[in-house]
Design a binder for this molecule. Structure first.
Ligand SMILES: [Zn+2]
Length: 289
């Protein structure tokens, strides 16, 4: 394994560790890791196809080739050209960030890696025994899209087709269009890994309800922001309690009022009860408040 690959693996690990530790947006840190991998490979590769590097890409046989198993990880952060990179970074920023703010950085990161892995495995199953390569963050991002649709199906999102904006559509509709486009790609060779996209998407839809229930949030009970609380003040009773919270200056009393408030409030996304534990405030379905 050469130095460039070691540097890329370290960058992937360092960005993930820092983001998980500080609970800072992994959508941004994953993008940084992708850009870093792209720059490193552009600097060191001397092939005719300058950006597509087989050393980072995953092939099914890598699963049983000990000195290439690292491609399971690197292929999720490597891209086959500037456009490919740009497209995925935009996906991470526009879809990933929005979703991550709703479910929290650590569950988002866990989901991201699981979906990327699922995309890679789906590709391996379809191409078992063949010489075929896959690379790119699209499998993981497809999973994020699936998770978003599972948690917030009716949330509307704008899409761009060849830089033309479409009217905002509910996310579940976007997923249906996405699946339809992937099915169109199945016959023939497009160079687009529909296997990884569909594998990642399916994993996102199936795993998100489980992942958001894993207690990964840091202890924030006393730090629930006033702006988050204000979103929940839907009834007269809640508005009255909110005023007491805002006026209270004794921290312990204020905490007690916040607890009282959260027991009565409902999730603004799905209307279910909120869980007030020593972890973050999350609704029964996993929406982060
Ligand atoms: Zn909810």
């Amino acid at each position: 394994m050469d130095l460039a690959i070691i540097a890329i693996i370290l960058a992937i690990a360092a960005t993930a560790a820092y983001s998980a530790w500080k609970q800072l947006l992994y959508s941004v840190f994953a993008s940084i890791a992708c850009v870093f991998a792209f720059i490193v490979m552009a600097l060191v590769i001397e092939s005719e196809d300058p950006y597509f590097d087989y050393e980072l890409a995953f092939a099914p046989m890598d699963l049983y080739t000990a000195d290439r198993v690292y491609t399971v990880l690197t292929s999720m952060f490597a891209h086959g050209g500037l456009f490919h990179l740009l497209f995925n970074v935009l996906g991470l920023i526009f879809i990933g960030m929005l979703f991550e703010q709703r479910i929290g950085t650590r569950p988002f990161m866990l989901l991201y890696f699981l979906c990327g892995l699922a995309g890679t495995l789906a590709f391996a199953i379809v191409h078992w025994g063949e010489v075929a390569y896959v690379l790119g963050a699209s499998g993981a991002i497809s999973g994020i899209l699936g998770g978003f649709a599972r948690m917030f199906p009716n949330e509307r999102m704008s899409m761009f087709v060849m830089f033309f904006p479409l009217p905002p559509l509910p996310i579940w509709v976007i997923v249906v269009i996405f699946v339809f486009l992937q099915i169109l790609l199945i016959p023939g060779y497009s160079g687009i890994a529909w296997e990884a996209h569909l594998g990642g998407l399916a994993a996102g839809i199936l795993l998100t309800p489980v992942v958001v229930k894993v207690p990964l949030h840091k202890r924030v009970k006393r730090m629930v922001s006033l702006s988050a609380l204000r979103k929940l003040a839907t009834t007269q009773e809640l508005k009255t309690i909110l005023r007491r919270i805002e006026d209270e200056e004794v921290p312990d009393v204020r905490s007690a009022w916040i607890e009282h408030y959260l027991i009565r409030a409902r999730c603004p996304y799905c209307g279910s009860r909120l869980k007030v534990t020593s972890e973050a405030v999350v609704c029964e379905k996993g929406h982060l408040i």
